[in-house]
Design a binder for this molecule. Structure first.
Ligand code: PGA
Length: 250
């Protein structure tokens, strides 16, 4: 049976006290058997705390971004080697907030994906359309373009050890979750795209859905054939909500 991944994107939220409480709660909750893997993505300053609290547990952790350069004059940026020193196994790349607020282009996202792969981090590539693009019938072409920017660099083989997260921008932080049918349709589109190049990699690829996932809608989403888990923002900041999503997995 496939194993779901429930990933918590904390965005720019947290404090020492909050991280302790949240991770203690998740550690206690992760002792019950489940068919879900859990991962958390705290802001950079809390990676040390995550690393010391989660080391040896079943919960993985990662960062929300990385700079493609190995080191140098990049004020305000963080390299893959630094993330590895704090035990990160995963890193988000191309989150819509990085694309829309901080101007990361498809090429920038591809650079980050390549660096993550080369460093041994698992990139979680975020793709998804805006409301305007959906209403304009461009959903598939936008997702295709975002995937192609990376596929052109690493080929399908680069996804053997990567995760894709489909996050429609209009569903992020809005409470307006995509319906399981809407999400499944795009997840199937993504998987088919990979399957046309490599059936095995496509079959193994984890495609997460993100955008207002919560304890009440997770089970319906995860029941769909091509939805292999969730990238969770708001609901990942509360122990009970995040565990409810983890426990929604059948
Ligand atoms: P949300 O965020 O669950 O709060 O909608 C998801 C994300 O941005 O990854």
């Amino acid at each position: 049976m496939r194993k779901i991944l429930v990933a918590g994107n904390w965005k720019m939220h947290g404090s020492h006290a909050m991280v302790s409480e949240l991770l203690e709660g998740l550690l206690a909750g992760s002792e019950s058997p489940s068919n879900a893997d859990m991962a958390v993505f705290p802001p950079f300053p809390y990676l040390a705390q995550a690393s010391s609290m989660l080391e040896g547990s079943s919960i993985s952790w990662g960062a929300q971004n990385l700079n493609p350069a190995p080191k140098g004059a990049h004020t305000g940026e963080v390299s893959a080697a630094m993330l590895l020193e704090f035990g990160c196994s995963h890193v988000l790349v191309g989150h819509s907030e990085r694309r829309s607020i901080y101007g990361e282009t498809d090429e920038d996202v591809a650079d980050r994906f390549v660096t993550a792969l080369e460093s041994g981090l698992v990139p979680v590539l975020c793709v998804g359309e805006t409301l305007e693009q959906r209403e304009g019938g461009e959903t598939e072409s936008v997702v295709q373009r975002q995937l192609d920017a990376v596929l052109n660099r690493v080929g399908v083989g680069g996804f053997e050890r990567a995760v894709v997260a489909y996050e429609p921008v209009w569903a992020i932080g809005t409470g307006q979750t995509a319906t399981p049918e809407q999400a499944q349709e795009i997840h199937a589109f993504i998987r088919d795209k990979f399957a046309s190049q490599d059936d095995i990699i496509a079959g193994q690829l984890r495609i997460l859905y993100g955008g207002s996932v919560n304890g009440s809608n997770a089970a319906d989403l995860f029941a769909r054939e091509d939805i292999d888990g969730g990238l969770v923002g708001g609901a990942s900041l509360k122990v009970d909500d995040f565990l409810a999503i983890r426990n929604a997995v059948g």
